[in-house]
Design a protein around this ligand. Structure first.
Ligand code: IPE
Ligand code: MG
Length: 233
């Protein structure tokens, strides 16, 4: 979800206004996913590194976060959305942490769409916490080092209960992952757009979907191996 700051700066307005305008795009994405039967949507709302932005901007983002938790959760619940937060929670205020937990509990049985909100999230931290949990199990004698494989490590990572992401979309024109789901994105298709996050609309999302549909996903195999109905495969 990149480009809020630039969206506001182009209008000679404070960056916080861009963040507020970005809230609308969250709804656009949610509607799009439900309409197209997409099972999971993970939004990178706030990274572990974003805590180091100027205090004023972090404060405005926390205010907005709180506001969204108050104003959006009921509607998401009504639409059958299951909300999950991933990332380090201890850095958030107690009131935000409580509202996160409440939203998760309220929506945990919903099946229409998994909406994962990455807040205080970092991909490296995710891998680190998974490693720590495995090491703790080894230290306590519940696990043997020979048991460690990709499946086990993956099972300790965020979003282990959901399929690996098919498509990664980054708005705002920058061509990088910025410490998003490093482990989970191993074979995800990447799509980048200059469109700033607050300007994201259905047309742009449809472009991403169409591009995705035209790609051949080989997962390290040859084209002949993955072609549907190919006898040679
Ligand atoms: C993304 O927009 C939103 C958050 C990181 C919370 P930015 O704030 O990074 O917007 P730009 O990149 O400065 O335009
Ligand atoms: Mg940015």
């Amino acid at each position: 979800m990149d480009g809020n700051g630039r969206w506001a700066e182009r209008r000679h307005r404070p960056r916080s206004l861009g963040h507020r305008a970005g809230a609308k795009a969250v709804r656009v994405c949610m509607e799009f996913c439900i309409k197209h039967g997409i099972a999971s949507l993970t939004l990178f709302a706030f990274s572990s590194e974003n805590w180091n932005r100027p205090a004023e901007e972090v404060g405005a983002l926390m205010k907005l976060f709180l506001h969204m938790l108050d104003s959006e959760v009921e509607e998401l619940h009504r639409r059958g959305v299951r909300i999950t937060f991933i990332g380090e929670r201890k850095d958030f205020s107690e009131v935000i942490r409580n509202k996160m937990q409440r939203a998760e509990l309220l929506t945990r049985d919903n099946r229409q769409l998994n909406m994962n909100i990455a807040a205080g999230y970092g991909g490296r931290a995710d891998i680190t916490q998974a490693t720590k949990s495995i090491v703790a199990d080894i230290a306590s004698g519940n696990l043997h080092p020979d048991d460690i494989d990709e499946v086990l490590l993956g099972s300790r990572m965020s979003l282990a209960d959901q399929a690996a992401p098919d498509l990664f979309i980054r708005t705002g024109g920058d061509l990088r992952i910025s410490n998003f789901l490093l482990w989970q994105l191993a074979y995800t298709e990447m799509w980048f757009t200059e469109t700033l996050w607050p300007d994201l609309d259905e047309i742009t999302l449809q472009q991403a979907m169409d591009d995705f549909a035209s790609r051949e996903r080989r997962f390290g195999l040859t084209s002949a191996q993955v072609k549907p109905g190919d006898a040679a495969a």
